[in-house]
Design a protein around this ligand. Structure first.
Ligand SMILES: *Cc1c(COP(=O)(O)O)cnc(C)c1O
Length: 407
């Protein structure tokens, strides 16, 4: 018999979202009358822009003609799309040769682990998007699970007390640092000064930052950095991953990209970009050409307008949720709600309560599914994440119910 990859055995049982789904199923089974609204999973809900969908459809029909057909494309992505991403998101900052198109940011984060292997030291913000830790566990880079976390991973608590920016002095030299801004789940957005600190630290200590900018299009404050490459020195220490999933509703279409700067080097001064090119050509065969046609449409004038409108829609939901959580009933419970208006999540602290306890109470009393903060890491305990992804009418109904919540 073949031995099981020890990394899988090492994964914490009950991944967050399946556990949420289980509790929801169980509740509905005993309360069939409950009209459940989900403010839980970070999935998009609004239909694609007609413009973007038509362009994909046209492209797709052309594939059925001899002139329009194409098979495998360049594994790094359609060159027009690579150039357009560089131009739209990184004007004057990134060259098209540094842009790699993919099937999504999560998939890139998983593939990135193959670049560094099991020997690399890993640090994550705590709380964090689960794939940074779980991907490290699968490749064997996380060490053992000690009940609250993995002993091979440095957890960097991010809380209201430190303005959601971690104490970097805990990070050892030559560490891979995962950093997400705007953050999932806290919604915090790092300022230029904060990112400068991070970049300077990484350059000084031989670290590489994996910067997850999946929510950059939610940033409305012009002073906040939308990419890490706005920070001087980032090109020698940072990889950025990004995605069309959230701003264009491409969670099902699947399209993302990563930026691996030509200046970025390993210890032996070999090029990270060259190895990433190798990963993409050897282990990946390029993103769907139909999805890439959609990506190009999303980045023309109409597409950019449509993406902005879609993000505005979700941000308005977020403001509504924040307003509700600032209500008298929540004040009485000592709840503090954090929402920056520059990301899709509202992060709320319920002092003295466990996250799962609050989750169950909100499910029971309001018939609303949320996400327990503890599922994102030890420092998420006693927080709840409210997502603004949802139809406006559902959010309004959810807020009406929440305004009467007590526990
Ligand atoms: C949703 C999300 C992504 C996007 O993943 P895709 O694979 O591109 O759909 C990446 N990072 C974070 C933090 C996310 O919340």
């Amino acid at each position: 018999m073949i031995k099981r990859n020890t990394g899988f055995a090492n994964l914490t049982a009950g991944y967050l979202f399946p556990e949420i789904a289980r509790r929801r199923r169980e509740y509905v089974a005993s309360h069939p009358e409950a009209k459940i609204i989900s403010l839980g999973i970070g999935n998009t809900t609004e239909p694609l822009s007609k413009h973007i969908a038509s362009k994909m459809s046209e492209y797709c029909l052309a594939l059925a003609t001899p002139e329009g057909y194409s098979g495998y494309g360049d594994e790094q992505g359609n060159s027009a799309l690579r150039a357009r991403i560089a131009e739209v998101f990184y004007p004057g900052l990134v060259d098209a040769s540094e842009v790699f198109i993919s099937d999504g940011a999560k998939c890139d984060i998983a593939r990135i682990q193959t670049l560094f292997g099991r020997e690399v030291k890993v640090a994550v913000q705590d709380p964090a998007y689960p794939v940074y830790v779980d991907g490290s566990v699968v490749v064997g880079a996380a060490g053992e699970n000690n009940g609250t976390g993995y002993n091979g991973i440095t957890y960097l608590p991010c809380s209201p007390e430190n303005d959601f920016f971690p104490d970097l002095s805990k990070v050892e030299p030559n560490t891979l640092i995962y950093f997400c801004s705007p953050n999932n789940p806290t919604g915090a957005v790092a300022t230029k000064d904060q990112l400068k600190k991070l970049v300077d630290f990484a350059n000084k200590n031989g670290c590489i930052i994996i910067f997850d900018a999946a929510y950059c299009e939610f940033i409305r404050d012009k002073n906040l950095p939308k990419t890490i490459y706005e920070i001087e020195g980032a090109k020698t220490c940072a990889i950025e991953v990004n995605s069309f999933s959230k701003p264009a509703g491409f969670t099902g279409v699947r399209l993302g990209w990563s930026i691996v700067p030509n200046e970025l080097k390993f210890e032996d001064s070999s090029s990270v970009n060259k190895d990433w090119n190798r990963v993409m050509t050897t282990l990946f065969n390029g993103a769907s050409n139909v999805a890439q046609a959609g990506g190009l449409a999303a980045l023309d004038e109409q597409g950019l307008q449509d993406m902005k409108a879609q993000v505005d829609y979700y941000l308005a939901n977020g403001h509504k949720i924040k307003e509700t959580l600032d209500g008298e009933n929540f004040k009485k419970m000592g709840v503090e709600a954090f929402f920056t208006g520059n990301g899709p999540y509202v992060w709320a602290k319920f002092p003295g309560k466990k996250s799962w306890e609050v989750f169950d109470a909100i499910l029971d009393k309001c018939h609303i599914v949320t996400t327990p903060g503890s599922g994102f890491g030890p420092a998420g305990e006693s927080f709840i994440r409210f997502s603004s992804f949802g139809h406006k009418a559902d959010i309004e109904e959810a807020c009406k119910r929440l305004s009467k919540f007590e526990m």
